[in-house]
Design a binder for this molecule. Sequence first.
Ligand code: GCO
Length: 446
Amino acid sequence: MTHAADPAARPTLSKTPSPRPRDPLRPDFVWGASTSSYQIEGAAREDGRGESVWDLFCRQPGRIQNGDTGDVACDHYHRYREDVALLRDLGVGAYRFSIAWPRVLPSGRGSPNEAGLAFYDRLVDGLLSAGIEPWVCLYHWDLPQALQEAGGWANRDCASWFADYARVVASRLGDRVKRFATFNEPSVFTLFGYAFGWHPPAADDAASHHAAIHHVNLAHGMAIDVLRDYVIGASLGAIHNMQPARPVQATPEDRAAARMLDCYWNRAFADPQMRGAYPDAIASRMAPFCRDGDLERIHRPADWLGINHYSPVYARADSASRLGFAWSDAPADAPRSPIGWQIDPAAFRDVLLDACDRYGLPIYVTENGAGAVELADASGAIDDRERIAYLAAYLEALEEATVLGADVRGYFVWSLLDNFEWGAGYANRFGIVRVDLTTQARTPKA
Ligand code: GCO
C-alpha cells in the first residue's frame, strides 16, 4: 500500500531493526496451506450442489483459457481424504479452505442441503483427526447463481442472505471450527466483476460496482455478529489482497491513478471493516448506498487480518476511466515469476509493516505463492526450483517484517494443489503438489 500510515492511528513501528532474535517467528507461528472450493472441489452437480456464478461464467465462450471449468477440478469432493493426508505429510498445523455457498444452500437461501453440509463435516473431522486446524473462509467468489439472478451483490438484500448462510455454516461446524474468515479478497471480485469484466457478473457500471462494495462490507459486518453469536471461542477475520499500488511512470497523473487503485484494491474494504470509514477519495461514490448506522454495522471487532500477497500492482492515468485509473502491467525490466508476476519481496515486507501500522491487528499471511506453467516429466516429478526460490525470498521478507515489529502470526502457502486458476484455467499451476488432471494423481513437487 502506498498511503502514509495515519499518524494519529498507531505508533509507527521503528524502522531500525532490533538485534535479530534467534528465530524472529513466534513459537506458536501457524504454518498452513490454502485452497478454495470452486478451484479444487469439482462435483459441480453432485449431491444437490446448486450452480454458482462461476459455473455459468465458465460456460460463456472466451471467458476461460482453453475453455476450462471447475466441473471436475481436482475432484477434491471425492479425494479429500487423500488431500488431508498430503497436508499431514507436509507437516502443517492448519489448512485454509472455503465453503461453497451453493453446496450448502443450492439456491443461496432457504433450506440447507444436508449432503453439502455432510461433506464439510467429513472434511473438518478428517482434518481434526490428522491434527490439522481447519480455517474456514465463507466466501471465495462462488456466489449462488440464483442470488445473482436476484441482483447479487448489487442488491442490499444479499448482505442478509450472506448472514443467513453464515448462520447455517456456524450452526453446523462451529463446535469444531473456530477460525472463520468472512470473504476472500473482496476488492478483487468486485473490481474484476463490476469494472473490468474479468469475473462474473462481468458488469461495468459505477452504481452496481459501488453498491456491491458497500453490500459486501455490510455482509462482512453482519456475518461477524452471527459468527460471534454461534461459535464459542470464535477467532474471526477477513482476507484481503494487499499489494502496493504503484504508478507505472513517475508522473503526477500516474501517481494520482495509483492512489485511486490503492483505494479500490487495498482500502475500500479493510478501511470500513477495521477503521469504520471509507477512504476519502471514494467516500462520495459510496455515499448513495450508505444508510444511517451502516458503518457501525460494518466496523465490527475482528481478531485478525488475513493478507494475501503476490506482487505489487500498477496503475496508469486514463482520462476515460470512471475509476480514475487504468490497470497496468509492471515495468518491463521488473524481475518476474514464470507466469510474469513481478517478484519483489521488499514490497511484501512493507505491506506487512504498513498493514500492522494501519489496522493494528495480528496478521496471518493467508496466501502467498508462485504460479508456473509446469510440464511434468514421465515420472510426474516437478523440480520447481523457481517456486522454492520465490517462497524462500518471501519468507525471508516476512521474517524481516517481524524483526521490524510487524505482528505476523502465520503463513499459508497458495496453494496445496494445482487448481483452477480462474481466467487462466489450469494453464497456471500454483500447487506445491502437482495434480495430473487426467488421472487425478497427486505428486508432491520439490
Ligand atoms: C487470489 C485468489 C486465489 C488465486 C491465487 C493465484 O488471490 O486471486 O485468492 O484464488 O488462485 O491468488 O492467483
